[in-house]
Design a protein around this ligand. Structure first.
Ligand code: FES
Ligand SMILES: [Fe+2]
Length: 347
């Protein structure tokens, strides 16, 4: 097993291809259903540079749209969450219902061919699975098919009893696949996370990779906040279990050399009197996450400089890396010619 070639991590061309295929075609963990309970509730976010929003309409229906005005393409909602009855484009004030229909194009002028009904926001697929909201721009499979082994893996976890407690977004300057390679192996724990290393039985660290899922487990020693089960799901989200809670993250590329992590922390007990305990779990968790950034940056720099030739992957610890890279290459290479010709035609 060899590591993937460096050019896949650093080429702008590779990033454009990923955006047009992998990130358009796969379901993306977007938010939690509790953020979209009432008419007008919305969450606006980024998928590999593509602005998307999910919103519950005044008719009670949950929908998702490209966050792109149908007039000249301005972004309608700033990233974040909130509630709105209508969406007003900041550019020329076109006004949309929260069901996506265009309501009014002020000062447009007389044009007999223009009809507001012809210009609704462009729909994006949206699905809820056990309280988690996923969106997909051009899905090539159902959400259930993409989740694959994850459904059974989380069968014993009471996801519905966990309430969203905090969201944290982190940005660092390395390719999203360098971070993913890092996330799906425990091989780096002794070198990069010495405290975490002491808190688990590393000799019994196990990795299983198949069917859309990399599962890593290790028996915790003492009072480690993790439960000892860390999951990564194809193509770019993660879930780690705590006692009485969990975090999820989406690994979102902003460009070939910039990555955003959107972490959400959930607990079954969100009583204000025990906030300190949760804050401590969150802080300790963020420390472990941030410990990976420096090594990812330095690795990215070597890939970018062209001085790295693919090395061997550990059969004991890096089958998750191999699994991710194989899935990635199959997706990208399978669509390379199609997308190239589509892009050419569009131009
Ligand atoms: S771009 Fe939105 S109103 Fe013009
Ligand atoms: Fe790590």
């Amino acid at each position: 097993m060899l590591n993937m070639a460096a050019r896949h991590y650093t080429d702008e061309q590779a990033f454009r291809l990923e955006r047009n295929t992998l990130f358009r075609q796969h379901w993306q963990l977007f938010c939690h259903v509790s953020q979209l309970l009432n008419p007008g509730d919305y969450v606006s976010g980024d998928i590999a540079g593509m602005a998307v929003l999910a919103i519950r309409g005044n008719d009670g229906e949950l929908r998702a749209f490209l966050n792109v005005c149908r007039h000249r393409g301005a972004r309608l909602l700033e990233p974040g969450s909130g509630n709105c009855d209508t969406l007003r484009c900041p550019y020329h004030n076109w006004l949309y219902h929260n069901t996506g229909q265009l309501k009014h194009a002020p000062w447009f002028g007389e044009d007999s061919a223009f009809n507001v009904n012809d210009w609704p926001l462009e729909s994006v697929s949206v699905e809820i699975w056990r309280g988690l909201v996923f969106v997909a721009i051009n899905p090539v499979s159902t959400l259930a098919d993409q989740l694959a082994a994850t459904v059974a893996e989380l069968h014993d976890v009471p996801l519905e009893s966990y309430q969203l407690w905090a969201t944290r977004e982190l940005v660092f300057e390395a390719n999203w696949k360098i971070y993913t390679d890092n996330f799906v192996e425990g091989y780096h724990i002794p070198g990069i996370h010495p405290e975490f290393f002491r808190a688990i039985d590393f000799n019994n660290f196990e990795t299983v990779a198949c069917d859309g899922l990399v599962r890593m487990t290790a028996p915790p020693r003492g009072d480690l906040f993790y439960q000892g089960r860390w999951l990564w799901m194809w193509p770019n989200w993660t879930l780690s279990l705590f006692e009485g809670g969990m975090n999820t993250s989406r690994i979102n590329p902003l460009s070939a050399d910039r990555t955003q992590l959107i972490y959400r922390f959930y607990f079954s007990d969100v009583n204000a009197t025990t906030d300190d305990d949760r804050r401590q779990v969150l802080e300790s968790n963020l420390e472990v996450i941030k410990e990976d950034f420096a090594i990812c940056l330095a690795t990215h720099a070597n890939y970018k400089a062209g001085t790295y030739k693919p090395g061997p992957l550990s059969p004991r610890h890096e089958q998750g890396v191999n699994y991710f890279q194989k899935q990635y290459l199959a997706t990208i290479q399978g669509s390379e010619t199609d997308v190239e010709s589509t892009v050419e035609t569009e131009l």
